[in-house]
Design a protein around this ligand. Structure first.
Ligand code: GCV
Length: 720
């Protein structure tokens, strides 16, 4: 067994000080269940530190009600609605929190919802089920002292999406090229080391707590590329998964497992993995039964099939629906789901063949099967049609499968956005994706598609009429966490994980307000000095950092000008003549990919109106996506009034300049006591690298395009 790292792990958005407001008060916790116990333990821990009291009231044995209402008075009551008499004072407030019953839209609080109200000096959180109480507790933590101030009218909180899952690309064995965590920029895996479990219970438990506090309820524990030992997590290494499930269960996090579609063959048990073969189906049914005997609340499987060399149903002449449904049938008796990834494309492309377009691939592969997937299959769609570039249009698949449960997949690990060496707060980017309205302004959003609420009277135009929405598949985020002291390598990258959890819970939240929550929880409670200076500095660094990153890297939505393999730093032609299908087609006359119906690959036709026409039109296509959809001459005039070539120069100079400004701003709070000196030093070191890299991007990109186009910079700045 490996020895856990003795260094204390950074508390991230749950430092003890964040519980000060609760810990100094009198709390009553009412109800039964594992998660209610967690709520009690959390409050008890806070009280031990800050001198408050907590009382636990259980349902009385044999009475069917609470074993008598405990005295009080209380400042905070956290109660399950199922519980019987409450102390005087609290009871009326609870009645108000319980409200008149279901909302106007007919929804109950549900398994994870809660109501929060403050009246007559008592703050009450009421939930129908234990998970709701836990989320309610973390809402009180977020509110801090404000939870105990002025009266608050009763407000119901429910997650928009039922499934909010963190996907770990953690390898069990160390992969020769990808290491312990594929695309991981925060050290080793918190679960695995060199083919074995790490048994670092404290860290895993702490992680589950952080996840619950920002709204997640599920995670996978191994990479979607399943190799070697990882295949056996399904069979003889199942106990390793059970150990993790046990640790995260008290925080309402369910474990899912990434599986190898060809596991029966890879494990040497069957000659085929054909999904229609009776023996194969029986093999999976047995595997699922064993899994659920060991981990009764296992959430299900995640599968990367027929993608980037992973095995899948194509090998047997079967469809993705055949493959996914076979696994879904195996899991159905236990209520499990299959997350089937739509990231399927030809990765042996010839750049000269303009008829193939990687952006088209997911739609072409999957939409013919709309309506053919089982109800417990979730098609997991990357937010853009390519691969987590800093700017992509929203994937058209999300608007094209009204009879399929869809999940949107986003990437917190900053594979293409600076690898946690650069500050790049992605909340605004994810918010744009979730708020995107594929059928036009007044239509449903991506958030409602993946929440499964588009059927509530909203048209699902691909079928021309109203359809009941399939249950939503929710949001999946590729984790940015490792065994680094700060969890995420760059301490400020914690904000990304926090934000995506919150946006999965409430996609309408303003990402800058979410950032503010994160700042308030993570930094302010322990800061000495002027908290407004700290808040201002962090906002100055983070708020617009996604746009800043976009400015100094690949322009106008063209993407993929990164170094092959590592995906860090600029290499304009690095992927231009390779097999991966990621081209920008820059030549002496112009740049960009013609994806129009009129003269290009026809990708614009995969969108519903109004976007199909808007993207098709050179005049109306949004500037920031122009080169994704069109090949244009360098002197093409953007809607902004600038030419493409001048925009490239200007944005690259501006982006690098902004990073220099960020570094100066951060240096301004050195030695102020506002943040821990070690954290300050870590961010300083990363900002220095970000500045170096941004200048490298600026110079490489500008030089490349100056040389290609021969058009000088209007401001005659040095370009080298
Ligand atoms: C897990 C990109 C990454 C791969 C990743 C893949 C995926 O291609 O570079 O490392 O593999 O996406 O999402 O499956």
């Amino acid at each position: 067994m490996n020895t856990p790292d003795p260094a204390p792990v950074h508390p991230a958005w749950l430092p003890p000080e964040a519980f000060r407001a609760i810990g100094g008060r009198r709390t009553l916790v009412c109800g039964e269940g594992l998660l209610v116990q967690t709520v009690y333990d959390e409050v008890a821990q806070a009280c031990a530190r800050y001198g408050g009291t907590v009382t636990r009231q259980r349902v009385g044995a044999g009475t069917g009600g609470r074993a008598g209402a405990s005295g009080g008075p209380y400042d905070l009551v956290l109660a399950l609605g199922t519980g019987g008499p409450l102390p005087a004072g609290a009871a009326e407030v609870v009645a108000e929190a319980a409200g008149p019953g279901p909302d106007a839209d007919g929804d109950e609080l549900g398994p994870e919802g809660f109501a929060l109200v403050r009246r007559h000096g008592v703050t009450v959180v009421l939930a129908d089920e234990p998970a709701g109480l836990l989320y309610g507790l973390f809402e009180v933590v977020r509110l801090g002292a404000a939870a105990f101030g002025a009266d608050r009218p009763a407000r119901r909180h429910r997650p928009a999406m039922r499934l909010r899952l963190v996907s770990h690309w953690d390898n069990v064995d160390v992969h020769p090229r990808m290491g312990q965590v594929e695309r991981g920029y925060a050290g080793g895996s918190i679960f695995w080391r060199d083919g074995a479990p790490r048994h670092d219970a404290e860290r895993v438990r702490g992680y589950a707590r952080l996840l619950a506090a920002c709204g997640f309820n599920a995670m996978t524990v191994n990479n979607v590329n399943v190799h070697g030992t990882a295949t056996r997590l399904l069979t003889d290494r199942l106990d390793d998964v059970a150990e993790i499930a046990e640790l995260v269960r008290p925080y309402g996090i369910r474990v899912h497992l990434s599986v190898n579609f060809a596991a029966p063959v890879a494990l040497g048990e069957l000659p085929t993995a054909d999904p229609l073969d009776g023996d194969v189906r029986a093999w999976w049914a047995k595997a699922a039964r064993r899994l659920h005997e060991t981990i009764p609340d296992l959430g299900g499987f995640m599968v990367k099939a027929d993608s980037e060399g992973q095995p899948g149903p194509y090998r047997y002449g079967r469809s993705h629906a055949d493959g996914a449904n076979m696994l879904a049938d195996a899991l159905a008796p236990y209520g499990g789901v299959v997350h089937w990834r739509a990231f399927v494309y030809n990765h042996h492309q010839d750049w000269r063949d303009r008829s193939v377009d990687r952006a088209r691939a997911a739609y072409d592969h999957f939409t013919p099967f709309d309506g053919q997937f089982r109800e417990n299959v979730i098609l997991q769609v990357k937010h853009g049609p390519m691969d987590f570039q800093v700017r992509e249009p929203v994937s058209p698949v999300l608007a094209a499968m009204p009879r399929t449960r869809l999940a949107v997949e986003v990437q917190a690990t900053q594979e293409y956005t600076g690898q946690q060496r650069h500050v790049c707060y992605l909340g605004p980017s994810w918010s744009e994706v979730l708020r995107f309205a594929p059928w036009g302004e007044d239509g449903p959003t991506v958030a409602s598609v993946v929440a499964g609420t588009t059927g509530h009277g909203a048209p699902t135009p691909s079928t021309g009429g109203d359809l009941p929405a399939p249950a939503g598949g929710g949001i999946v985020v590729v984790s940015n966490v490792g065994d680094d002291h700060y969890w995420t390598g760059h301490p400020l990258a914690q904000a990304n994980l926090y934000a995506v959890g919150r946006l999965g819970w409430a996609p309408d939240l303003d990402p800058v307000a979410v950032l503010d929550e994160w700042i308030e929880l993570t930094f302010t409670p322990s800061a000495t000095g002027d908290p407004e200076l700290l808040r201002g500095t962090l906002h100055a660094l983070l708020d617009d950092s996604w746009h800043t990153y976009e400015r100094y890297t690949a322009p106008l939505g063209v993407g993929f000008m990164v170094r092959p393999n590592t995906h860090y730093g600029p290499d304009v032609d690095g992927y231009e003549y390779s097999r991966w299908g990621t081209y920008h087609f820059a030549d002496r006359d112009g740049v960009g990919v013609d994806r129009t119906r009129a003269t290009g690959t026809g990708f614009t036709g995969q969108y519903p109106q109004p976007w199909a026409d808007r993207y098709e039109s050179l005049e109306r296509c949004p500037d920031e996506l122009l080169l994704f959809f069109h090949h244009v001459p360098y002197q093409h005039v953007l809607q902004s009034g600038s030419t493409v070539i001048q925009h490239i120069y200007d944005s690259h100079f501006a982006g690098a300049e902004e990073v220099a400004g960020m570094a100066r701003r951060w240096a301004g709070i050195a030695g102020s006591g506002l943040v821990d000196p070690a954290l300050h030093a870590r961010v300083t070191e990363r900002l220095a690298e970000q500045l170096r890299s941004a200048e490298e991007w600026r110079d490489k990109i500008n030089t490349y395009f100056l040389r290609k186009s021969g058009v000088p910079d209007a401001h005659d700045r040095p370009i080298y």
